[in-house]
Design a protein around this ligand. Structure first.
Ligand code: ADE
Ligand code: ZN
Length: 345
């Protein structure tokens, strides 16, 4: 375990709350809610966590998500995630919740949102954390379904931070969701979108120019387009990269072949996140630590990634400066400890 990674204050900007469901909780909720579930044990369930791509993952993810039925389930799920990432010294989270996923399973999306919001408020107070909720649109369901979903959550407009775009990327370009993002931005929300995970660089351009996003989720395929790399670097548009997710979903064959270090060294505002941690082998610190080991990230680069996680967040600037000062203090202390001992006098 790298002590620097543990000690650095961090944020998490790319996390699907339904994707934080631990296998033990899947089994517990299946029992509690009498859900007819195809796996009898946690081990059996875990054996299905092998994915060829995003589509293969989505099937398993949707199957496990079926156990989430009640407001209490969503509340407990959110609190469990916050409790877990506080151990990773995560101070601020911006977490995505997908109302359409709930609707598709016959669960009232507004009730589910109430559960997430209540759990979030309780956990923020208990752990001294900050953050916001991103309403994630599932892009495989089309614009009409997305607009209905927006109408359902609109009454909660003041308790929501941003609109997002997730699920199956290829064949579902961002441009389809222009109207959704326009209306969401009119509500005063920020905007983020998954783009350039499996989809081409053109989808990243569309997310920036058509959806006018503040941040790109994943975005790793930007490297195929030098003009796009320049745009991302010049405007410092943050990328919420999820290295372990990308390996589990075969976006990269191994972590050693991941481009997160190259993107960082090219001057992009790269952040490191976990996406769906129990499915992809680890929470935020595990993503930092394994990336460091596989890609030879130096201490200064780990510090830069932690700084970027605050710079790329939607927190207010005073708060951001306070966290950045904390990062500087941790960095100074570590640099002091790593330096050779001085001979006194
Ligand atoms: N939903 C949950 N995880 C996702 C990912 N990695 N890409 C797109 N949609 C998702
Ligand atoms: Zn994601």
């Amino acid at each position: 375990m790298s002590r620097l990674v543990e000690d650095l204050p961090k944020t998490e900007l790319h996390l699907h709350i339904e994707g934080s469901l631990e296998p033990s909780m899947v089994m517990e909720l299946a029992r509690r809610n009498n859900v007819d579930f195809p796996h009898a044990t946690e081990t059996e369930l875990l054996a299905t966590y092998e994915f060829d791509n995003l589509a293969g993952f989505s099937k398993v993810y949707q199957s496990s998500s079926r156990v989430l039925r009640t407001e209490r389930d969503f509340n407990e799920l959110t609190q469990a995630y916050m409790r877990r990432v506080r151990q990773d010294n995560v101070r601020h989270v911006e977490i995505a919740f997908a109302p359409q996923g709930a609707s598709s399973r016959g669960v009232d999306p507004v009730m589910a949102l109430e559960g997430v919001l209540a759990g979030f408020e309780e956990a923020k107070a208990e752990h001294g954390m900050t953050g916001g909720i991103i309403i994630g649109c599932q892009r495989h369901r089309g614009i009409d379904d997305a607009m209905r979903m927006l109408d359902q959550v609109r009454p909660y407009r003041d308790r929501i931070m941003a609109i997002g775009l997730a699920s199956l990327e290829v064949g579902n370009p961002p441009s389809i969701y222009r109207r959704l993002f326009e209306e969401a931005r009119e509500l005063g929300w920020k905007a983020v979108a998954h783009a350039g995970e499996e989809g081409p660089p053109e989808y990243i351009w569309e997310a920036i120019d058509i959806l006018k996003v503040d941040r790109i989720d994943h975005g790793v395929r930007c490297e195929e387009d030098p003009a796009l790399m320049r745009r991302l670097a010049e405007q410092q548009i943050p990328l919420t990269v999820c290295p372990l997710s990308n390996v589990y979903l075969k976006v990269f064959p191994t972590l050693e072949r991941h481009n997160v270090a190259r993107l960082l060294r090219a001057g992009l505002c790269v952040t490191i996140n976990s996406d769906d941690p129990p499915y992809f082998g680890g929470y935020v610190n595990e993503n930092y630590i394994q990336s460091q080991a596989a890609l030879g990230l130096g201490d200064a680069e780990l510090v830069q990634l932690a700084r970027n996680s605050f710079v790329g967040s939607f927190m207010d600037d005073t708060e951001r400066q306070r966290h950045l000062a904390d990062i500087d203090a941790v960095w100074l202390r570590h640099a002091g400890e790593a330096a050779p001992a001085h001979v006194q006098n």
